[in-house]
Design a protein around this ligand. Structure first.
Ligand SMILES: O=C(O)CCC(=O)C(=O)O
Length: 278
């Protein structure tokens, strides 16, 4: 599915529609235990295989009914690849002064003397629809949020590829019925008909109003691909879930790293890969 025309750069200053902001705020405040029982959150790791919301389309899961063009690939990165990715990102690439972060002017950040030389082989398993030309590394602790926004700085319609490692997060994504074209209805036989069913009358009403929003719990190793209309969708991270980091990455960077051992146990790292030009 081709993405519509990119919005003009000036749209970077637009405010998210009220329904997306409201949902973001709800999940920002919901107590952690309530997250596990929230009926609006699509948690693919918790959903039974026969849940209507889950339709495997090997190996990608497409949820295009709600947000056309959105693909979720649960557990794409095996544990070892996730650890390699962390070392490559945080010890190798961010130690390069050309990749300085907002922390660098304020802190002296120590790096291991022999940065990992492992390259990100992961790239070869990511969707071929995107040529990686730029990437953002987002580092979160529980309590951090990413406000609703759209990524409109790229002059390419290629899908945006978002990789999660570490603690779980709540990820909100939706279109603005006032400005985004309505989703194209798909045929009942098509894998694109795998829209998660609305879970309650409120969700029904808002879906009918065109306010289609998906609330996902993303886990370590998951990859979210925003292509088609979802490329320009509003999205946010209202929540990073404390205590949810899986054991296989929680210990990173590992024993022998002094006070840094186990740093990852309270963090979420998101690698957001973009194609800038066609
Ligand atoms: O952390 C995430 O999952 C999303 C990051 C994001 O939306 C962005 O970098 O634009």
């Amino acid at each position: 599915m081709a993405a519509p025309e990119p919005p003009p750069l000036s749209h970077a200053h637009h405010t998210a529609p009220p329904h997306i902001r409201a949902i973001h705020k709800t999940y920002q405040k919901l107590p952690v235990p309530a997250l596990a029982h929230d009926r609006h959150i699509l948690d693919l790791a918790a959903a039974a295989a026969d849940t209507p919301a889950r339709q495997w389309h090997a190996p990608h899961l497409k949820l295009v009914g709600y947000v056309p063009g959105l693909q979720i690939i649960p557990s794409l990165l095996p544990p070892r690849t996730q650890r390699t990715l962390l070392s490559a990102l945080l010890h190798k690439h961010l130690s390069n002064p050309e990749h300085a972060t907002n922390l660098h002017p304020h802190y002296t950040l120590p790096y291991p003397s022999s940065p990992s030389s492992s390259d990100i082989k992961t790239a070869s398993s990511l969707p071929k629809t995107t040529t990686p030309q730029a990437a953002i590394t987002n580092l979160y602790s529980p309590g951090d949020t990413l406000a609703p926004h759209r990524d409109v700085s790229e002059a390419s319609r290629a899908p945006l590829v978002s990789v999660s490692v570490g603690c779980d997060a709540v990820f909100v994504i939706g279109l603005d019925p006032a400005t985004d074209s309505p989703p194209v209805p798909s045929s009942p036989d098509s894998p694109d008909s795998s829209a998660p069913p609305p879970r309650n009358p409120d969700a029904d009403a808002s879906a009918e109003a065109g306010e289609r929003v998906l609330v996902l719990r993303v886990h370590s190793g998951d990859v979210v691909v925003m292509g088609g209309a979802s490329r320009w969708a509003w999205h946010s991270v209202p929540r990073v879930v404390a205590g949810s980091c899986p054991g296989y990455v929680a210990g990173w960077p590992g024993a022998g790293m002094g006070e840094w051992a186990g740093w990852m146990g309270g963090k979420r790292v998101n690698l957001n890969v973009r194609q800038m030009w066609d």
